[in-house]
Design a binder for this molecule. Structure first.
Ligand code: SF4
Ligand code: SF4
Length: 266
């Protein structure tokens, strides 16, 4: 942040992301889980036991191991225990439209685009103009998150990502929103509030589940205090896995949401 502010003052004006690929190749970033070989029966058992969110599961019919990216919190336990067959990549998991697409059996779903953040943002801006002839309004709803996802969402408005220049802004009321960006596992205490927020949002509306918690309950799971994912309470149009997902992935999820609005007339 200090570096960005300094560059803004003494450098070449506003500092924005020029190259998404550079950011996403940060070697310390903990991203998607990759199978480097098929786990043995014993390893599968061990992995199922060690995974805190039960993201890893055995598929008995074909002796394979499945990975539910919507549940994975990128803790890295699996790669520590069975390092011969599993490792954590530095690539994020991509947003998807359907929950079934979130499950992975062999290769990781890595970020699909070589496009820069600027290019994705400009594509989004063009589509928003075409669809709405105005800007896109987002209402963020915290349905019981740890606030990790909010930190990444807040980053979209900082001088680096500056999402407003693409015609996207956050609003305080669901009555003014086109998109609901929901985080958290939908705690029981937030269930009614979430439902009412959804009902108060005028159609056509798009709901985006942000983070492992919103996609599946994440580390909180499905308990007496949590519903196990926001799609248990309201319909979801786009799932953005990750714990938390980075701003570069959030903007990709927004592009998917606008595409869905255009194709479905939603
Ligand atoms: S990284 Fe953690 S949550 Fe994800 S599959 Fe491995 S053990 Fe499970
Ligand atoms: S997905 Fe991770 S960062 Fe986001 S609310 Fe859940 S625990 Fe927090």
């Amino acid at each position: 942040m200090i570096k960005a502010a300094r560059k803004g003052i003494v450098g070449n004006g506003i500092e924005t992301i020029k190259n998404l690929a550079n950011l996403l190749s940060s070697k310390n970033y903990r991203g998607s889980v990759i199978f480097t070989a098929e786990p043995t029966n014993d390893q599968r058992k061990m992995l199922e036991d060690i995974c805190p969110t039960k993201a890893l599961f055995s598929v008995k019919e074909n002796n394979a191991m499945g990975l539910d990216n919507g549940k994975c919190i990128m803790c890295g336990y699996c790669s520590e225990v069975v390092s011969e067959t599993i490792k954590i990549s530095n690539k994020p998991v991509i947003p998807v439209k359907m929950k079934s697409q979130i499950i992975d059996y062999s290769n990781p779903q890595t970020f699909p685009s070589e496009k820069s953040y600027e290019q994705i943002g400009n594509e989004l801006k063009e589509k928003i103009q075409k669809m709405f002839s105005r800007s896109l309004a987002i209402r963020q709803v915290d349905a019981g998150s740890c606030n990790g996802c909010e930190i990444e969402i807040t980053a979209l408005n900082n001088p680096i990502y500056d999402i407003e220049r693409f015609g996207i802004h956050f609003v305080a009321s669901p009555r003014h929103a086109d998109v609901l960006l929901v985080t958290g596992p939908a705690s029981r205490n937030m269930e009614t509030a979430l439902l009412r927020t959804y009902e108060a949002t005028p159609g056509p509306k798009i709901v985006i589940a942000v983070g492992a918690c919103a996609c599946s309950g994440g580390i909180f799971g499905d308990t007496h205090a949590t519903t196990g994912g926001i799609d248990k309470v309201i319909p979801v149009d786009v799932y953005i896995p990750g714990c938390p997902p980075r701003p570069e992935v959030l903007i990709q999820g927004l592009l998917l949401a606008v595409d869905r609005m255009i194709t479905n007339g939603k």
